[in-house]
Design a protein around this ligand. Sequence first.
Ligand code: MN
Length: 430
Amino acid sequence: MLNETHDPKLRSWVQSANAAGSDFPIQNLPHGVFRRRGEAEFRGGVAIGDDILDLRAALAAGVFNGAAEDAARLAAGATLNELMAAGPAAWSALRLALSRALRDGAEAREKLAACLVPQAEAEFGLPATIGDFTDFFTSWHHMINAGKVLAPPGAPPLPNFKWLPMAYHGRSSSIEVSGAPLRRPVGQTRIPGETEIRFGPAQWLDHEVELGIFVGPGNRRGTSIPIDEAESHLFGVCLLNDWSARDIQAWEAMPLGPFLAKNFLTTISPWVVTMEALAPFRAPLQRGEGDPESFAYLKPARADAELALDIELEAWLEPAEGGATRISRSNYRDAFWGPAQLVAHHTSNGCNLRPGDLMGTGTQSGDKDGEKGSMVETSEGGKRPFPLKEGGSRRFLEDGDTLILRGHCERPGFVRIGFGECRGMVLPAG
Ligand code: MN
């Protein structure tokens, strides 16, 4: 799976891409859609250092040919759905051509230097028209931590959690790209442990640290995708904040699951890091003694297949007065279910996935303090407020707070890659 595009010695003629700690070195090359501020239409681009390579301009400059040129046309549009539909051979051909054109000494340098747009001058759009959004539940620790607050007192861990990747169907039309403000939702609420039912602004407004996974080619209804082919249907990964109103959720969610507690906004980062860029950062799934043996449709043929992804995730809270505090650090490596299993399970009944569909991993949490990917876990349902660096404390999100997700991958022998940011500010209820 590794090739010349992962070579840690590669450096780019775009100098900012070579800076230590850059999210977008030449080994990353994530896709997104952008426009210069004030322009009407979005177009496709690839992040390199502090810049964006404008693929429409690069095509016009004539630097691509063959399969890479065909793929670049699909990647240059106002959404990436057609690129996602094209499959791994097309994605890979374009990545190789971009890597060769952006590295030190490339002949294309002169033509491409004029095709760079500073990220600081850009606005971003949703990377795809998202037909369907499914949010999974892959972190055992999140289930245990959140269950202590939201499940009935004394309830045992969910018996199906280790048998199947649970999920609910979310709402795709309220997914927005980083920067979209969040209006505090109003609804019917009941605080867990209390009896009063109210209608008004949610008091237990929370975030969820997740990854979003974009579907590639997908399958026809009535067919299923075998686990060993599942990864060829995964285009790439972004950051995802599944904003959640816990006091709405606690009252409404039994028995049909989340509804108005989660469909008022979901925020994703603008850059989609491809599965090929993530190849050096694979990890084995966490399984313990006594965990049930997975059914064959969830188990790859190779026992040593590394289905998990080692992606470090951080949540930062910046109050209106400024000064951000890191409130959690967790890793998708610790999840119970990997992306290939989400695809195999989702399609096991013949359900169709389409290019640009989005799958959330569910909140990613560890079992220690500082590893909890939502505030209902960190504050234990408001009982343990946590301090902010510049003073004050939080139980849940307050008006004026900005929540920022960041993510990166790091492994000795490889160059660190990052995901950029996924941010949103809470506005008072209207
Ligand atoms: Mn979620």
